[in-house]
Design a binder for this molecule. Structure first.
Ligand code: GDP
Length: 223
């Protein structure tokens, strides 16, 4: 459970440097940078680009999209040589043909199968909406693959503070996840930013420690 572990301290002004690595049209084109990877996934228009821009202190790193659902690329970013962020295509946009929607599921499953460096998945849900079948399906793919997953309830500023707890609890129970694994985020106020970085960095550190421990245990594995 990502938030069940102590969060890493987030240095003041982190992250200073974020570099775009590449856009991969196909998984074979995905970069293999030797860093822990974090993926971002959610319905079109949920606020995924705004979350990535907000976390990275940028306005235009990820494009806040005028034509949601049309991009089928995975965009990769290197955050200060500490972690790689993978921005997965959005889904569920009504105007996208059904065949393309079905393709999306195959892409995500292929991505999960091919990225051993993936240490944490952030699944985005609009704080005002209850997760639907697509989100439940997506969460089950992460869970079945043994991936750690945090739920980000986006656009938190759109809900009165008095209703926040109720919304986060409803989202957690619809997805059958512990309440502590649902984090509210607002791109306007930056609420949730330090909490998310704390969880991302802690998870990245844990993954690096366990991979160096396993290569020390069997040195021939790294030869
Ligand atoms: P994406 O399609 O998931 O990448 O979503 P975008 O980041 O493009 O956001 C979709 C729309 O929601 C845009 O009009 C954003 O300005 C708006 N939006 C995103 N995040 C927030 C937020 O935290 N608060 C508010 N009020 N609006 C947001």
């Amino acid at each position: 459970m990502p938030l069940g572990v102590p969060l890493s301290p987030v240095p003041e002004g982190f992250p200073g440097r974020v570099d775009f690595i590449k856009s991969a049209q196909r998984l074979q084109e995905a970069p293999h940078v030797p860093l822990p990877e974090i993926c971002f996934c959610g319905r079109s228009n949920v606020g995924k680009s705004s979350l990535i821009n907000g976390l990275c202190n940028r306005k235009q790193l990820a494009r806040v999209s005028g034509t949601p659902g049309r991009t089928r690329l995975i965009n990769f970013f290197n955050v200060q040589d500490e972690v790689v962020l993978a921005d997965l295509p959005g889904y569920g946009y009504a105007k996208v043909p059904a065949a393309m929607q079905a393709d999306w599921g195959k892409h995500i499953q292929a991505y999960l199968a091919s990225r051993p460096q993936l240490v944490l998945a952030l699944m985005l849900v609009d704080i005002r909406r209850d997760p639907e079948e697509e989100e439940q399906q997506l969460y089950s793919w992460f869970a079945q693959g043994g991936r750690q997953c945090l739920i980000v309830a986006t656009k938190a500023d759109k809900v009165a503070v008095s209703r926040r707890k109720q919304r986060l609890t409803a989202i957690a129970s619809a997805l059958e996840v512990p309440r502590r694994d649902v984090v509210a985020f607002s791109a306007l106020t930056k609420e949730g930013k330090d909490l998310l970085w704390g969880a991302i960095l802690a998870q990245a550190k844990r993954a690096q420690v366990s991979s160096s421990a396993s290569s020390e245990a069997s040195p021939e594995a790294s030869e």
